[in-house]
Design a protein around this ligand. Sequence first.
Ligand code: BES
Ligand code: ZN
Length: 642
Amino acid sequence: MRKKIKNLTILFTLALIVGAGLISFANAQRRQNNMQKMTAGETFAEDVHSYSNPQAVRVRHVELDWNVLFDKKILQGTATLSVERTTKTENAPLVLDTRDLRIEKVETSNGGNSYQKTEFNVGAADKILGSPLTIQLPPNANLVRIYYSTSQNASGLQWLAPEQTAGKRAPYMFSQAQAIHARSFIPLQDSPQVRVTYSARVRTPKNLLAVMSAEGNSQTAARGGDYKFRMPHAIPPYLIAVAVGDLQFRSLGKRTGVYTEPAMIEKSVFELADTEKMVAATEKIYGAYRWGRYDLLVLPPSFPFGGMENPMLTFATPTILAGDKSLVSLVAHELAHSWSGNLVTNATWRDFWLNEGFTTYLERRIIEAVYGQPRREMEATLGRNSLEEEMASMATRDQILHVDLKGRDPDEGFTGVPYEKGALFLRYLEETFGREKFDKFVRGYFDSHAFQSITTADFVDYLNKNLIAANPQSAKRVSIEDWIYQPGLPTNAPQPVSDAFIKVEALAKNYTSDKTAANKIQTRAWTTQEWLHFLKSLPADLDVKRMSELDKAFNLTNRGNSEIAFQWLLMSIKNDYSAAYPRLEEFLTTIGRRKFVRPLFAELAKTPEGTKRAVAIYTKARSGYHPITQASVDEILKWKNQ
Ligand code: BES
Ligand code: ZN
């Protein structure tokens, strides 16, 4: 009996050993396949905005452990990086990007059982790029743990005092990593071609909720101050995001929902009601949504952008809460990034148009699918007009899609060119090859480059092989050279046409004060887009009497719609319409969205009296602005940080 058991045990053990061997062989095989897959799209492109050396050592996974310290306004903790030597350079150190980080110590490990201290060096700080962090890496090390804390003025974080939030009771913190601000809160290889998975443990005050661009966001009211997250897909570092505050969740659909402060939750739920429909509409054209949930976080008004496509959790400005769903093309835009940008990513900031041009094109296709073709044409017209206006006073080198950003902050590439010229190029391809063929092409492009970072040259290559070569007749009309490598707009660029706008233009052109009553009737059913086009179509110079008439007839100074208010306030500064100045001050001291704040200050700064007014307003507003918005306005007003 005993012997039998013993034999059985031996047999069993043997089977286990063989089985385990087989499994580990299979795993190794699979890993190798994965590796090949991973490395297939992993060509190295020179990135002038990163010090890192992924050609030699590459970060694959980032594990974060943070304490969120509101009293000190810092994140403090560790980042543990899984690294892999990509070449046989056994002695190459690991080079990371950092900005204003305090590095306490660095350890390395093989496998993670024990860690040993290692040498590191923080290089001189460059104003744009920050400092390289060079870490000595023993040949067999595959884990690097960095003990660090952020600085109070980390460019990628904003810390809000309770008074600066909607609820006024709890503090708030949020990150904004694009383009090169991830390095101000995580030491990593901050180049969009170094894709990483990540996991995080975030400790906060007990009453607050932490959310991230990952799995693990809580939908319940329970709080505890200890939160865990996991992003299973390899993403570029600029998509790592975190926010902490007094947040509440509400569902919008089966895989969509919204987080925001309780004071803004009802308004947000109403405004974002079409989100689930948008996801379905996008899937129908471009294939499955691959990220699980699509939630939004509606931030406090100091959020410096309109929206940020952080995966699984879009960050959005509260200035889209117009009360009539008229500004939700921003949701369509950030959602579209789940395909263009997050799935297929620009390899460097030169290739930014691949992210934003595709996304602006997709955004309008989503708008068409959900709200109809007339709405798409209105928004496309507004887009093309603002592009032309902007390009009129823009250096030619910045009018190029494949823009040269060497020696410059990639935030300078944030113009209408990658967005609107990029979208026009794709619309041009759609019109040239026909929607059916073009949609198939774009879907194939997403599928074949999923979870890869690519350059403009990679795209051109794919375009040539899969659309141009297959349709030589239509292809004759397409000049890739003009669209991608030359300034300005090619003469055959698409011209969107909106019937509604043609009527608006007629009214703006013939606008005279004695017809106010009749005009009022015509404007009664106008959408936000028609109002914007009307204001932009009015003569540039209007005297105060005329401004005042317009204001009385259409109640423009008191509009709550942020886009309309912004356009009217800009006109008010240009025409010195002082009745709008109290509203201007209120607008600038409560909203920190850079797209609004920067042009208003720039317009004020054109005259000596305006500059005085600007300085007075900025003195009050500055501390409430995000570092990114501060940097822009500092430059306009030549502000010296006192
Ligand atoms: N990814 C951008 C925001 C961004 C770009 C931040 C570059 C930092 C550097 C986002 O998708 C975006 O384009 N937002 C727009 C709104 C959109 C509707 C055009 C914005 O914030 O204005
Ligand atoms: Zn975008």
